[in-house]
Design a protein around this ligand. Structure first.
Ligand SMILES: NC(=O)c1ccc[n+]([C@@H]2O[C@H](COP(=O)([O-])OP(=O)(O)OC[C@H]3O[C@@H](n4cnc5c(N)ncnc54)[C@H](O)[C@@H]3O)[C@@H](O)[C@H]2O)c1
Length: 280
């Protein structure tokens, strides 16, 4: 890893070139110099997609050779499988911003990455995404006062990418339908692309963990312009907080527009916070 002084930019490796990856690469290339970031590489499983889009010297052909690019931060924005396969290796060389935190619902991988962060003194960053109040939830959890946490994510049916066909028969007039309700540990494998915000909440609520945080996924044909994220926090002696976030999103968009900006802001935080998991 290169050591960034106050004057040298942080070198960022971007793993994945879908919606989020393209957004981040474009911003690093255009605004990076102003905010102290420099693109070190971009990897995509289909490298052809990068041709003509990314300067050739920044295209990484083989992800296993990522260490040669001397990154300060590696950003995963492709799939939980890549977190599973490379997360520990990334953390052995760099800070790691895990864009698919639903991967952390798997207890063995979660432990493995926490250990790698601790041992290497590097930070495993979890972006708060569309979660509102994550730092407050974390503080409550750290002080032992968090009693329960519930998150409901409601979207238009065209915005879901589910691993089963529960939504294959939706019709425009059907209104609201609860698709799943259960612990975030149970929901992550069912809708890995739709529950990253819940996964971030489960990381914030470390005392409850993925098995202790409850979630609900709702399809609602009325939601043609935005996604809704509701968070219900329960503390001691009747303490409660209920937030409702409306996240503007086009039909078919898995990710709300504000979440892209949130992700960029998360990246700007990744300057090294020691060997631990850090919600950003
Ligand atoms: N943390 C958050 O708030 C948040 C928000 C949006 C998306 N995400 C997650 O970030 C990731 C990227 O999101 P996106 O909107 O850019 O998705 P996308 O579908 O637009 O892009 C995903 C990219 O990864 C590649 N890919 C898919 N599966 C792969 C695999 N098994 N191995 C290697 N590459 C693979 C695809 O070819 C594509 O280039 C997803 O896992 C998504 O769930 C997280």
């Amino acid at each position: 890893m290169t050591t960034a002084s106050s004057t040298s930019p942080l070198r960022i490796g971007v793993v994945g070139y879908g919606h989020l990856g393209q957004f981040l690469v474009e911003r690093i290339l255009s605004e990076g110099p102003e905010v102290g970031l420099e693109l070190a590489f971009v990897w995509n499983r289909n490298a052809d997609k990068l041709k003509g889009e990314v300067p050739p010297q920044l295209i990484l052909q083989d992800l296993s050779s990522f260490a040669q690019r001397g990154c300060d931060v590696i950003v995963e924005v492709c799939h939980p499988h890549i977190v599973q396969e490379f997360g520990e290796r990334f953390l052995s060389k760099s800070h790691f911003l895990v864009g698919s935190p639903s991967a952390l619902s798997e207890p063995k991988l979660n432990q493995q990455l926490r250990r790698a962060a601790q041992q290497g003194g590097r930070t495993l960053y979890v972006p708060s995404g569309a979660l509102w109040g994550g730092q407050d939830i974390q503080r409550l959890s750290d002080s032992g006062a968090l009693k329960a946490l519930f998150i409901r994510m409601s979207k238009h049916p065209s915005c879901f990418r589910l691993t089963n066909d529960v939504l294959s028969d939706w019709s425009e007039a059907e209104g609201r339908r609860v698709l799943f309700r259960g612990s975030v540990a149970e929901l992550c494998p069912l809708a890995p692309n739709n529950v990253n915000t819940m996964a971030a909440a489960a990381v914030a609520a470390g005392a409850l963990g993925f098995a202790g945080v409850q979630g609900e996924i709702v399809s609602d044909t009325e939601l043609s312009d935005y996604h809704v994220v509701e968070v219900e926090v329960t503390g001691p002696d009747g303490f409660t907080v209920h937030t409702v976030r409306r996240n503007p999103a086009k039909l078919g968009a898995v990710t709300g527009a504000a979440t892209y900006k949130s992700f960029w802001n998360s990246l700007l935080v990744c300057k090294g916070h020691g060997g631990r998991v850090y919600l950003c």
